[in-house]
Design a protein around this ligand. Structure first.
Ligand code: PLP
Length: 402
């Protein structure tokens, strides 16, 4: 008898479970639109040119080694990451009001931030958008924050933002609650507030003294423009607010498996920053001791070399452009096959995903009958689609929704 005999089978992961099911499917027509990873038109993973060039430089650098980084990671990486998010001339950076530490991509950064909040922030209420990226629901409770609530975000009737509901729910939350905001390209809905609506959200956050926690997993990847995708973060930071920020380079630099990201806590003054940083170290040391070198070294090369930086911006535009073109082609295909209802949301949504607005049952039909793999909430990864598959997908959607 095993000492693990009593352990029940765990549920499949909401997102990664889709890929597992996809792998088992023998059909030649199968399409995986589950996981959020960029694919070329040929359906292949993409390593950015700037990443290949940066790696060459690193390999050829005789001073490179495999020593441990410090607990907070590569200090140049941290500085460049903060500048990327807040802007070169941000007062946050000039006044040393950011404690920025390297962490394990977006997820690890969120987890470090959540543990820091659980230990040092007096209000243990976190507000998450409804719906949100599934992992948010687990990260905060596991970090020790018990009161995790939802605020209204998506309005099924308009397939757009429930702005009034969102503001109402923030207004009725406990003073000082932490509010998680997707910096851009909201996952899974692809629906973002307009700049005007962000100003309204900022006002509510200020009135209720909420603490914003920005999750920035798609800067530059969403619109193709790094500045534009950072607009919400900068609006809040420039208003002088204290906030948290989790950054990921998984999508925008295609460094998914390298696990490279940054966690920032913005404070009111440099002396608080250094105390906050000392406590972030206390969180990180027993969690993973120190982060890996390689991905951060790549990011440093790309962000600090003007030529690589310019080339990265072009490659970002290329990825965002292909996704936008997939949106337009899918919409056309849906019209061509005569799918009932309006599908304009497919082109109006932004980022990697489209939230189709289909039921679980319709998802089941798409998967079981047509071998199209997507998450149960009806989210498809536009990056996983190619021109040659739009018609097939539109027919599958059309069949499922009839
Ligand atoms: N946050 C959001 C909203 C995401 O969509 C993702 C990735 O899908 C992440 C965070 C973190 O991803 P990673 O840990 O791979 O950087």
């Amino acid at each position: 008898q095993s000492v693990w005999q009593h352990i029940p089978q765990g549920p499949p992961d909401a997102i990664l479970g889709v890929s597992e099911a996809f792998k088992k499917d023998q059909s030649s027509q199968k399409i995986n639109l589950g996981v959020g990873a960029y694919r070329t038109e040929e359906g292949k993973p993409l390593v950015l040119n700037v990443v290949k060039k940066a790696e060459q430089k690193i390999v050829n650098d005789p001073s490179e080694n495999k020593e441990y980084l410090g607990i907070t990671g590569n200090p140049v990486f941290n500085e460049l990451s903060a500048k990327l998010a807040f802007g070169e001339n941000s007062s946050v950076i000039r006044e040393k009001r950011n404690a920025t530490v390297q962490a394990l991509s977006g997820t690890g950064s969120l987890r470090v931030g959540a543990e820091f909040l659980a230990q040092h922030y007096p209000v243990h209420t976190v507000l998450l958008p409804n719906p949100t990226w599934a992992n948010h629901n687990k990260i905060f409770p596991l970090a020790g924050i018990k009161d995790v609530r939802k605020y209204r975000y998506f309005k099924p009737s308009t397939k757009g933002l429930d702005y009034e509901g969102m503001i109402e729910d923030m207004q009725s939350a406990p003073e000082g609650s932490v509010v998680v905001l997707h910096a851009c390209a909201h996952n899974p809905t692809g629906v973002d507030p307009t700049l005007e609506q962000w100003r309204g959200i900022l006002k509510t956050v200020q009135q209720k003294h909420l603490l914003p926690f920005f999750d920035s997993a798609y800067q530059g990847f969403a619109s193709g423009d790094l500045e534009r995708d950072a607009a919400a973060i900068r609006l809040f930071a420039d208003a002088g607010l204290e906030l948290l920020l989790a950054q990921s380079y998984a999508k925008n630099m295609g460094l998914y498996g390298e696990r490279v990201g940054a966690m920032t806590v913005v404070t009111k003054s440099a002396d608080v920053t250094s105390r906050v940083e000392s406590q972030l170290k206390q969180v990180i040391r027993p969690m993973f001791s120190n982060p890996p070198r390689h991905g951060a070294a790549i990011v440093v090369e790309v962000l600090s070399d003007p030529r690589l930086y310019a080339e990265w911006r072009e490659e970002l535009k290329g990825m965002a452009g292909r996704i936008k073109s997939m949106r337009a082609q899918l919409l056309q295909a849906l019209k061509d096959v005569g799918a009932p209802g309006t599908w304009d949301h497919v082109v109006n949504q932004i980022g990697m995903f489209s939230f189709l607005g289909v039921t679980k049952e319709q998802v089941r039909v798409m998967t079981e009958k047509h071998h199209v793999y997507l998450t149960q909430d009806g989210r498809i990864s536009m990056a996983g689609l190619s021109a040659s598959k739009c018609r097939y997908l539109a027919e599958a959607i059309n069949d499922a929704v009839r």
